[in-house]
Design a protein around this ligand. Structure first.
Ligand SMILES: C[S@@+](CC[C@H](N)C(=O)[O-])C[C@H]1O[C@@H](n2cnc3c(N)ncnc32)[C@H](O)[C@@H]1O
Length: 202
């Protein structure tokens, strides 16, 4: 399926890891992993994996990572990194997740999905009992972070923690916690804080 978002990410893929934003986001995996208990036998889903910011950091610690993304070009860059236990899957998350995971992680992908409640329900359905979420995205902003929001497929100008917490609770998650994980310095001179939301499926 070709959408404004897939066109944007397919075009941006080759240089994705060198963008100033990606260079700053490189600090995220270590901080996220400090909040996410994992076992070497675990299978982890990286939603909106892109070129593998999270997947490549998690893969050495677990048995298997599934890197899901709609953009084939982003996943091609990830495949070229040569991780034997990362499986890339080019598909929309709402096309169905055939496997069950011990954890679902994501960085900067949720704001591209219009129906956040349905996304969190899909996460809950795809997790083993006791499975965890660790999700990173922008706190609510004024739309200035991406600038050209329509062309980049932006559906939400970040998230208010209280609203997101309520949706996560409705999806069945417990032990939901928020923390600021990074402040992104933008070329527009402003700083945009990112949250890490963690939670557990009972
Ligand atoms: C801003 S990029 C983030 C990539 C990577 N996580 C990172 O932090 O560098 C968002 C990614 O989410 C993917 N994406 C957006 N909506 C999606 C959906 N419904 N299903 C699968 N992937 C999706 C996009 O194709 C894109 O690669």
């Amino acid at each position: 399926m070709t959408t404004p978002a897939t066109t944007h990410f397919d075009t941006a893929a080759r240089d994705w890891d060198q963008r100033p934003t990606s260079l700053q986001l490189a600090a995220v995996p270590e901080r996220l992993l400090a909040q996410l208990p994992l076992q070497t036998s675990d299978h982890v889903l990286d939603f909106g994996a892109g070129t593998g910011l999270l997947s490549t950091a998690i893969a050495p610690q677990v048995a298997q990572v599934t890197a899901l993304d709609m953009s084939g070009a982003m996943l091609q860059v990830l495949d070229e990194k040569g991780f034997s236990n990362i499986t890339t899957r080019q598909k929309d998350i709402f096309a169905g997740l055939p496997e069950q995971y011990h954890a679902i992680v994501s960085c900067m992908a949720m704001h591209h999905v219009a129906d956040t409640a349905a996304l969190l329900r899909a996460f809950a359905a795809a997790l083993h009992s006791g499975g965890r979420i660790a999700l990173v995205d922008l706190y609510a902003e004024d739309g200035s972070f991406h600038g050209d929001n329509a062309a980049k497929g932006v559906q939400h100008f970040g998230f208010a923690p209280d609203s997101l917490r309520a949706l996560a609770e409705q999806a069945g998650f417990v032990d939901i916690a928020f923390s600021e994980i990074l402040r992104l310095q933008h070329s527009n001179g402003r700083a945009y804080p990112l949250f890490l939301m963690t939670g557990r499926k009972p």
